[in-house]
Each structure stands twice: as structure tokens, then as C-alpha cells.
Design a protein around this ligand. Structure first.
Ligand SMILES: O=C(O)CCC(=O)C(=O)O
Length: 301
């Protein structure tokens, strides 16, 4: 994709991001040398590895998900299952979609998806040793027109009980062009995130150990860790929000201090956005014990 391609206005939780506040992510060729990958990762806080995964395998998993999703009654039967097209005007009780997601994160086929050869090979090379995949894995879908999107945060807020040498993989399960509401990163905010976290660490030093590592400890609540207003946050971190047209087969890798959010899905074709976010680290580094359970909607992590 050309960097000169104009970026459309995007929306996130009611916040309007006009093109002057946005930029494109820079793609990285997966065959790039390890040394160069690290240079880019340190500089930008992310790697957008285009086409690292087998596109057909990713689409097979998308089709499998929507086959199960059909029982919510929200899939338009006029389209192929793999397209994941939302049936106009349909809704489903949150309990039904939560139960489905809680089941999907325990599917053996999902575990296999997360342990696909190219992912493992990438991390073993990138992290330089045997890797560990956190058990708590999230699968997310976004219906077209839904006004709720992931609010800005950096991942370490939720993962303070282990190493900070941790990487998140965000994997689009299907194509996610920019208007379909993918992940956006706040430019070079991993430096700012580190400083913000140091401040919180100091403020929380006197709290009991369990509360100190909680994303919801009283200091986090007292002074909201991050603005929910994306413009205010961009001004504080002096960066733009970076977006991309993601394709099935891509994988993003991000630093645990890099601030990110998601945008709303305004796909004219009414396709449902589907993605997963999963975390890897070296097996020898300290692991956050709270993340060694399957995700549930009420796990408060
Ligand atoms: O997919 C999303 O909406 C959010 C993902 C996320 O927060 C992450 O990858 O850490």
C-alpha cells in the first residue's frame, strides 16, 4: 500500500479522527533480519508483519468461527459463512455472544491457530529462545455500526505481575480494511507509556502486592491512566494515531508499553471484524500467574 494513499476519517467511541490526526503504519517484510526487526521494533514499538501467516489457514479459521456464530442469528445467510456478513437489524443477547467467545477461546483448533508454525518460528527467532504463550487469549468481533471500540491502553497495565519483555500479537482473522475498525497505535507512544508506568509504580509503591499490580488499583482509578479522548492523548504523547489496511495472513506485534485502541466498524459491506490478541514471552522470564486461565468476560483482567 502506498503511504501516499489518503486515509479516511475514523471513529472511536464517539471520537472523530480526521486525516490530519492520522497516519499509516509501516509494513515490515517477515524475512527481514532479526537485527533489523529489533531496530524497527525499538524505534516504533510495533511490527506489522505482512503475509507472515498462511492466508488460507486464517480464512479457514474465520469460516469455522462464523459457522459457530450462526447460532446467534446475526449472520446473513445470503453470503458465504467466511464473509461473516451481519444480518441487518439483528441483535443477540450479550450472554449468548459471551458464551460463544468463552467457548471459542477453549477450542483446540484455536489453540492450534495460536501455535501455528510461522508464529512460533518468528518468536523463537525474535526473542532468541524457547517461548511461552499466555493461556488467556482474546477473540474479539465488532459488528458494523457498533459505537463501542477498544479504548486506549497499553498492555502492561493488565500484565504487571510478570516480565515486561512481553510481546502481543494482534491477528486479523480475515481482511480488515481501515474502515472496518482495526487496531490503531499512538505513534511512538511506547516511550511515553514507560514513563507513565514508572509514575504509577511510584504512586502504588505503598499498596499491598496484589493491589499494586492490579490495573484497577486505587491509583489507576484516582487518576485515570489514559485519556479516553484520543485527541487529548495524542497531544500528551505528541503523536498521531496510525492505522492500516490489514489482510488475512498479517500479524502485528507490539511492545507492552505502546498505546493502542480500536476504531468503529463502518464497513459498507456489513462484514463483521474478527481478530485475536495473544501474548508471548520467553519461557525463562517471569510469567504473570493471573493470565494462566482461559479468558472469561468477567475475569477482571
Ligand atoms: O482488537 C481490539 O479491539 C483490541 C486489541 C488489544 O487491545 C490488543 O491487541 O492488545
Amino acid at each position: 500500500m502506498s503511504v501516499a494513499t489518503p486515509i479516511p476519517t475514523l471513529h472511536s467511541n464517539g471520537c472523530v479522527l480526521t486525516p490530519d490526526h492520522l497516519g499509516w503504519l509501516e509494513p515490515t517484510e517477515p524475512a527481514t533480519s532479526r537485527a533489523e526487526l529489533w531496530v524497527r521494533y525499538r524505534e516504533h514499538g510495533y511490527l506489522w508483519l505482512t503475509g507472515i501467516l498462511d492466508r488460507a489457514a486464517v480464512l479457514r479459521f474465520r469460516a469455522r468461527f462464523f459457522e459457530a456464530f450462526r447460532e446467534t442469528g446475526m449472520l446473513d445467510p445470503a453470503f458465504d459463512t467466511v464473509d461473516g456478513v451481519h444480518a441487518v437489524g439483528t441483535t443477540s443477547p450479550a450472554t449468548a455472544t459471551t458464551a460463544l467467545l468463552e467457548e471459542v477461546v477453549r477450542w483446540a483448533s484455536f489453540e492450534a491457530f495460536c501455535l501455528a508454525e510461522p508464529i512460533l518460528a518468528f518468536y523463537e527467532e525474535f526473542l532468541g529462545g524457547a517461548v511461552f504463550l499466555h493461556r488467556r487469549k482474546l477473540v474479539r468481533f465488532t459488528l458494523p455500526g457498533d459505537r463501542k471500540a477498544t479504548t486506549p491502553h497499553y498492555d502492561l497495565i493488565y500484565l504487571r505481575g510478570g516480565t515486561e519483555r512481553l510481546c502481543t500479537s494482534w491477528i486479523p482473522i480475515g481482511d480488515i480494511p481501515v474502515e472496518m475498525g482495526g487496531l490503531i497505535y499512538l505513534e511512538r507512544s511506547h516511550r511515553w507509556g514507560r514513563l507513565a508506568e514508572e509514575e504509577f509504580r511510584r504512586a502504588a509503591a505503598a499498596l499491598p502486592p496484589e493491589e499494586r499490580i492490579s490495573a484497577f488499583n486505587r491509583h489507576m482509578n484516582a487518576e485515570a491512566p489514559l485519556e479516553t479522548d484520543l485527541h487529548a492523548l495524542a497531544a500528551r504523547a505528541s503523536g498521531r494515531w496510525l492505522a492500516a489496511n490489514y489482510a488475512a495472513g498479517d500479524m502485528l506485534v507490539h511492545d507492552p508499553y505502546l498505546v493502542h485502541a480500536a476504531t468503529e466498524n463502518h464497513d459498507p459491506a456489513r462484514r463483521i471484524r474478527l481478530s485475536t490478541d495473544i501474548r508471548y514471552q520467553r519461557v525463562r522470564d517471569e510469567v504473570d500467574a493471573r493470565w494462566q486461565h482461559d479468558w472469561t468476560a468477567d475475569d477482571r483482567l
